[in-house]
Design a binder for this molecule. Sequence first.
Ligand SMILES: Cc1cc2nc3c(=O)[nH]c(=O)nc-3n(C[C@H](O)[C@H](O)[C@H](O)COP(=O)(O)OP(=O)(O)OC[C@H]3O[C@@H](n4cnc5c(N)ncnc54)[C@H](O)[C@@H]3O)c2cc1C
Length: 416
Amino acid sequence: MKVIVIGAGVVGTSTAWYLAAAGHEVTVIDRQPGAGQETSFANGGQISVSHAEPWANPQAIGKILRWMGKEDAPLLFRWRLDPELFRWGLRFLGECTTARTRANIRAIVSLASYSRDCLQQLRSDTGIEYDQLSRGILHFYTDEKEYKAAGMAADLMRDYGLDRRPVTAAECVAIEPALQDARAMIVGGHYTPSDESGDAHKFTRNLAGLAAAKGVRFLTGTPVVRLRGSRTRIESVELYNGEKLEADAYVVACGSFSNALLSPLGLSLPIYPAKGYSATFALEEGESFAPTVSLTDDGRKIVFSRLGNRLRVAGTAEMNGYGMGLNPVRCVAIAERTRQIFPHLRTVGAPEYWTGLRPATPSNVPFIGRAKPSNLYLNTGHGTLGWTMACGSGKALADMMSGHRAETDFPFQYRY
Ligand SMILES: Cc1cc2nc3c(=O)[nH]c(=O)nc-3n(C[C@H](O)[C@H](O)[C@H](O)COP(=O)(O)OP(=O)(O)OC[C@H]3O[C@@H](n4cnc5c(N)ncnc54)[C@H](O)[C@@H]3O)c2cc1C
């Protein structure tokens, strides 16, 4: 089958890889000059099944109200006259019940665990390099109440098979000695030895190279302006220069911008851009006092990942439309927290700041499967965990498009 994948982020590129492996003739189209240049560019680097608790949970409403109006809040809703944000917000509230949170954690743990297995398999099949580390992820807490609340979600994850185990503050430091100076602040943690980390952009770029070598065609610097066809069948994609490309099937993997192509067909997904920040510190040669175990500072919604000779610090979320501007207050908050946790960190030069738009769904569960037009497929809305879930999402969709059942228990929905 001839397939066009629109979007060469980590999700679209993984999808193309697995479609090609299944024997399909694949073309990937992206508006950027290369693969992985938008949200997959400088994210937190975590392959974190242990991060399966969605933002929408029973404690979320209280926290969001408390954080309202604070420029450095970990999760900041900027309420304004934006019907898209209003509709998304209502659905988000609907996902905050205990029952919905349980169902969402179950789906995310299932897909994310499967995805981590697929990534490990792909790594051993191809030898792909992306500054990966398989040293687990340690969530640490500096607030007793937060730690207690996190225990409930962690129990659920364990029920669904994840090896996320509670650890004391002393054990946190034993797992990651770079936390020594923060020892007095830490009240406890959870360690998940099976989690990993690595550079999503390097992975995407290198996987695109491997896919191209297998015959996948990449059309970069090529914006798609329209999907042509009806609500029952797509006929072609129209490019910025008016050229039309035809295929048997089409995959939309455009992250936060998926609705721009879907809405004109009357298909609208609840995906809203959740702007996040990262700061990348170049580390001094020799002893830099930087961690090598990937860390999550849960209360601040910040993660730390060692990527070769760099430390990536990323997180926080701002619901404020599609703007990509850097808010200096949020940059300073990330840098100050880094210095507070690692006061002896040895870096070279100033950190590189970046923002990216997470394609957030109200439940944090992505849309993967067939849409209403019978030859249109979706792989989008991966929110906070697109890097973690990319390989599994790509493999599952390629299996379904090849007429097989997906190998993971996940609510694949077919009729958007
Ligand atoms: C600060 C931050 C930290 C994060 N940390 C982590 C983490 O630690 N672990 C984790 O698992 N996830 C993390 N994420 C989430 C993860 O980065 C995203 O979920 C993931 O990158 C989404 O990938 P994607 O391929 O769906 O989207 P993208 O990477 O945005 O790719 C979409 C592609 O579609 C292309 N495109 C869009 N519209 C068009 C069009 N009309 N024509 C042609 N091309 C088009 C774009 O150019 C882009 O290349 C983080 C995100 C942020 C912002």
